[in-house]
Design a protein around this ligand. Structure first.
Ligand code: GLU
Length: 285
C-alpha cells in the first residue's frame, strides 16, 4: 500500500521551526517509503487565517526543500464535505445543538465547583462541557431554534461510544492505544459561525485525501482518540498515526507557536541556508 502522509498548517502566522519540524517529519515519512506527501491548508477559522500567511507558508516550505503531490487542499473550499459528514452523524442521532455561550458554560462549571464531585477537566486542563444542552427537552430545544438563537453542534460522546463499541488505534512511535475519546467530552463538531470544527474537518479530509499515516505533534495525541471514534461512526478507513515530540529550545521549553525569533523568514533574512534551518528544526541532512 502506498504511504500517504500530509502536513496541515493553519495560516494564522508565519511558518516557524516547530512547523518545519512537523512538515519534515511527514515529508520524510512519506518520501522514505516512496510514498506521497500532501499539503492541506486548515483555514476554517476565517477570522484568524490570512491568504498572505498561506502564500508565505508555501514559499517557506519550498525554500526548505519540501515538495508535495497534487493540488493543495484548502478546507474553506470544502464546506459541503463537512456538512455531508454532519448529516450522517445527525441521521444517527448523535449530535445536538448547543446554544451555550462561553460565559454560560463558565457559570455552569463554577456552580458545579461547589458540588461534591466538582467538574472534570480535559487532558489539556480546559473544563469538560457540562452537557447543559444535551439535557434540553425536545420542546426547549425547539423553542430555542425557533427564536433563531445561534448554536454549535456537539457530539453526544457517551451515546457515540456506546454505538461504536471498543476501539483502538496505533501510533508508530507509542504503539497500540485503546481509544478513550470520553476524555474530551461532548466535542464541538460545528461551530456557531462555521459548519465544521477542527476534529470533524481533519477526520473528513484525511479520509478524502487517502492519508495512511497521520504525522503531527504530540500536542494532538488526545484529539486522535476523538478522530478514531468519528472514523468508526462515519465508516472511514483507519490510518496509523505518528505523533512526534514537540521541538524545544536550548532550555527545553516548548517553542512558542508565534515566536518571531523562530520564524523561518527570520532565518532566511539572516542568510542561513536551508540545510542549516532543517538542522535547527531537528532534521540534519
Ligand atoms: N492544523 C493543525 C495545526 O496547525 C494541525 C492539524 C493536524 O495535523 O491534524 O496545529
Amino acid at each position: 500500500m502506498t504511504v500517504v502522509a500530509r502536513f496541515a498548517p493553519s495560516p494564522t502566522g508565519f511558518l516557524h521551526l516547530g512547523h518545519a519540524h512537523s512538515a519534515l517529519a511527514g515529508w520524510r515519512r512519506a518520501r522514505g517509503a516512496g510514498g506521497r506527501f500532501l499539503l492541506r491548508i486548515e483555514d476554517i477559522d476565517q477570522t484568524r487565517c490570512r491568504p498572505e500567511f498561506e502564500d508565505a507558508i508555501l514559499e517557506d516550505l519550498a525554500w526548505l526543500g519540501l515538495d508535495w503531490d497534487g493540488p493543495v487542499r484548502r478546507q474553506s473550499e470544502h464546506w459541503d464535505d463537512y456538512r455531508a459528514a454532519l448529516a450522517v452523524l445527525e441521521g444517527q442521532g448523535l449530535i445536538y445543538p448547543c446554544f451555550c455561550t462561553r460565559r454560560e458554560i463558565q457559570a455552569e462549571i463554577a456552580a458545579m465547583q461547589s458540588a461534591p464531585h466538582g467538574p472534570a477537566d480535559t487532558p489539556d486542563g480546559s473544563p469538560l462541557y457540562p452537557g447543559t444542552c444535551r439535557r434540553l427537552s425536545p420542546q426547549e430545544r425547539a423553542d430555542r431554534l425557533a427564536e433563531g438563537r445561534p448554536y454549535a453542534l456537539r457530539l453526544d460522546m457517551a451515546e457515540a461510544m456506546r454505538r461504536a463499541g471498543p476501539l483502538s488505534w496505533t501510533d508508530e512511535l507509542a504503539g497500540g492505544q485503546a481509544a478513550r475519546p470520553e476524555r474530551l467530552g461532548d466535542v464541538v463538531l460545528a461551530r456557531k459561525e462555521t459548519p465544521t470544527s477542527y476534529h470533524l474537518a481533519v477526520t473528513v479530509d484525511d479520509e478524502i485525501q487517502g492519508v495512511t499515516v497521520v504525522t503531527r505533534g504530540l500536542d494532538l495525541f488526545e484529539a486522535t482518540h476523538v478522530h478514531r471514534l468519528l472514523q468508526a461512526l462515519l465508516g472511514y478507513r483507519v490510518p496509523v498515526w505518528r505523533h512526534h515530540a514537540l521541538l524545544t529550545d536550548a532550555a527545553g521549553r516548548r517553542l512558542a507557536k508565534r515566536s518571531d525569533a523562530a520564524a523561518i523568514r527570520a532565518f532566511r533574512a539572516e542568510g542561513r541556508s536551508a540545510a542549516e534551518v532543517r538542522a535547527l528544526a531537528g532534521f540534519a541532512d
